[in-house]
Design a protein around this ligand. Structure first.
Ligand SMILES: Nc1ncnc2c1ncn2[C@@H]1O[C@H](COP(=O)(O)OP(=O)(O)OP(=O)(O)O)[C@@H](O)[C@H]1O
Length: 669
């Protein structure tokens, strides 16, 4: 890590904290040590844990080395070919042509196979890496945290595109560097044997070229990073229009949407202009550099040829060797543009991994304690039963250790946590100034109700928002919900009713106090916005359980649909296996009823219902709540409708001075 990274950020005189932060990040992005660290962090796991990775890499390296050796053989054939021409030696000329054909035909499979094996390896690596990142992304609800934090933009683009370019470019670049080294040794020997002076001129020429290129092109790394971000922002705005086409059409929001999309495109366009301007400036240098190469060796060696001390073939071989060595030594000059785009991708992937592992790292004490107590092993599936579970399910820690091995998992937790703390300190210290006075970022203490009981005990709960300001929503709320009891949370809009449910689900953790609740597997949350997954009607009903693992029979699913008055849905759409865009074709009330059916199929011990009957008529609402009461499961609802009181026996009023729980019988409805 650079010294810059550790320096605390100072507030810009004009108070423009965001600009200052961006400038700091841009500076960090150009730090080669940071890039190297990120690259290595991203690349190492596949090498160590990818199935067959070592064998495949060795195979590609072997083919590459053979290919490199072949180019030396071709250089000698070509030398003799030119010498034959020079000497007008017809038999030698035809011998060389025959030799060339034989070598080419035997080398052809190797030349072709090398590229194929390299592409295949890159693809396998991409597959492995994408699956690993998807695992990390969904573990411990990282997708949700990423979305909430807003610090990692467009994770979808990073997963869908950056991984692909990372794996293919890394591999190509690794092979290029490796083969360049081999090439360099081979052709340096040839060139030194022809004329050592030429070799030294070449060395000096390429060193100066590399230094100038790096200095001129440094800025392009950050521009490439921003380009990826701006392109992804642009694409996302288009996707949002597709997802919300109907709402936009009702509002007649076309002009506003077009304006916003054009604005995003404009930002990408302006950055691209900057990028091509810098690329043009760099090209002035790199083009001159590559043209001079064509005559430089001739200028040096031609006097020897004119003096008759050098054959034409040797002259041409020296030219070829010069070309090879120069392109080896000029890797950075020639590849700078693609390298800077590559570093931008590495940075974006690294940023996401850093975010994820900082969260894993936060569990270090939890995992460490379990490991220390020898109660925890990567394969222990019951490790979190009834134990302290500060951030929700802790299965991800196990996956992490499974992936990296026990010791390395701990080492990585520690290392990454430290680095992230340092990095965040430097880039975000100014943001801390935005915290509300006295705000302390402590966490709510969550425990699991013993003996699998569906009881909830909340004590002195103070809840804060997860953004950097950590605004307090409510303070010192306490209540107890016994098995089978039914609590209604009411209060003015924005007081934190849904957020209280988020705290119960472990989605929001900032604040104080304790929450004791059943295991998440025993609870079923119906969120305010109905959600339909991509897939068949059967998949909607058993969600989130995969169809293959779902215990519910078709008859049970049909009964659930009947209970929510959707018994005709399968025949309407063509059966339970029919795949449709459910959010698009079902009305909001139907989506809410489908969600209720999902709850019935899920058979939880405790249901958490966030305004999930707001779009239903009172008869449907009555039917659904009555069903829940008849099967005797407890629930916590959030809602505004007075009609809801009759289905609950407790009410918690948020937003009032005294945030207490009272029994409904004592409460005027
Ligand atoms: N991700 C977030 N970051 C910061 N603040 C948030 C976030 N999500 C919601 N809030 C804020 O938290 C407050 C409480 O939100 P919540 O959804 O809990 O309100 P609510 O009482 O359920 O309101 P309603 O009755 O309108 O649904 C609101 O002021 C909201 O703006």
């Amino acid at each position: 890590m650079s010294g810059d990274t550790l320096e605390p950020t100072s507030v810009a005189p004009n108070g423009d904290i965001t600009a200052q932060r961006e400038a700091n990040l841009a500076k960090q992005r150009q730090d080669p040590r940071r890039l190297w660290f990120l690259f290595w962090t991203l690349a190492k796991p596949y090498w160590k844990y990818g199935p067959g990775a070592k064998t495949n890499v060795c195979w590609v390296v072997f083919l590459g080395l053979v290919r490199s050796g072949l180019s030396v053989v071709f250089s000698f054939i070509s030398r003799d070919f030119w010498t034959a021409l020079h000497k007008k030696d017809v038999p030698m000329f035809w011998r060389q042509i025959t030799l060339f054909t034989v070598v080419l035909l035997s080398a052809l499979p190797i030349l072709v196979w090398y590229s194929y094996a390299k592409d295949r390896l890159a693809l396998r690596w991409r597959k492995w890496y994408t699956e690993k990142v998807l695992g990390d992304y969904f573990a411990k609800r990282n997708y949700y945290e990423i979305d909430q934090s807003g610090t990692v933009d467009n994770p979808d683009q990073r997963i869908a595109e950056d991984i692909g370019s990372f794996t293919s470019t890394s591999l190509s670049f690794f092979m290029t560097v490796l083969l360049s080294i081999v090439d360099l040794v081979n052709f340096s020997l040839i060139l030194v044997s022809i004329y050592p002076g030429l070799f030294f001129v070449l060395f000096a020429y390429s060193s100066v070229g590399t230094i100038i290129t790096v200095l001129l092109g440094k800025r392009m790394i950050n521009l490439n990073f921003l380009q990826l971000k701006k392109e992804a922002d642009f694409r996302y705005s288009l996707i949002r229009v597709r997802e919300n086409a109907e709402s936009i059409a009702f509002y007649r929001g076309e002009d506003r949407e077009k304006f916003e999309i054009s604005r995003r495109f404009g930002a990408a366009f302006l950055n691209l202009i900057d990028l091509i301007v810098w690329s043009r400036n760099l090209a002035f240098f790199t083009t001159t550099y590559s043209y001079i190469i064509q005559i430089l060796p001739l200028i040096i060696v031609a006097p020897m040829y004119f003096a008759g001390s050098l054959e034409l073939g040797v002259l041409s071989q020296s030219q070829q060797a010069f070309g090879h060595i120069l392109s080896d030594l000029s890797l950075i000059v020639n590849e700078f543009e693609s390298l800077s785009a590559f570093s931008a991708g590495v940075d974006r992937l690294g940023e996401m991994e850093e975010f994820i592992y900082t969260r894993f790292g936060r569990d270090e004490s939890l995992v460490g304690a379990k490991m220390g107590a020898d109660e925890w092993s990567p394969t222990d599936s019951n490790a979190d039963d009834g134990e302290l579970d500060v951030y929700g399910e802790s299965g991800a820690s196990k996956e992490f250790a499974q992936l990296y091995g026990r010791d390395e998992a701990i080492a990585r937790f520690r290392k990454l946590r430290l680095q992230n703390l340092q990095r965040r300190e430097s880039t975000e210290s100014t943001d801390l100034l935005n915290l509300e006075d006295g705000a302390v970022s402590t966490h709510i203490n969550t425990t699991i109700t013993p003996n699998g009981e569906a009881k909830v005990v909340v004590e002195d709960l103070t809840l804060k928002t997860p953004d950097r300001r950590h605004r307090t929503l409510f303070e010192n709320v306490s209540f107890t919900l016994e098995n089978g009891e039914r609590l209604l949370i009411v209060g003015p809009s924005g007081t934190g009713k849904s957020s209280a449910l988020r705290a119960l689900a472990g989605l929001w953790t900032y604040g104080q106090g304790t929450v004791m609740r059943p295991k998440l597997e025993d609870m079923f949350f119906l969120p305010q916005k109905p959600y339909c997954t991509l897939g068949s009607l059967r998949e909607q009903l058993v969600y989130p359980t995969p169809v293959a693992e779902a215990a519910a029979s078709t008859a049970e699913l049909e009964t659930a649909l009947q209970l929510v008055n959707l018994e005709n849905l399968p025949s309407r759409v063509g059966g339970l296996e029919e795949v449709r865009d459910w959010s698009g074709i079902l009305s909001l009330g139907e989506q809410q009823r489908l969600a209720f059916a999902r709850l019935i199929v899920g058979k939880p011990k405790l249901a958490i219902l966030d305004e999930c009957s707001s779009a239903l008529d009172t008869a449907s609402e009555d039917r659904l709540y009555s069903h829940l009461q008849s099967i005797g499961i407890g629930y916590i609802s959030v809602g505004h409708r007075p009609s809801l009181y009759r289905y609950h026996n407790l009410v918690l009023r948020l937003g009032s001075d005294e945030q207490t729980v009272s029994r409904i019988d004592d409460t005027p409805s």
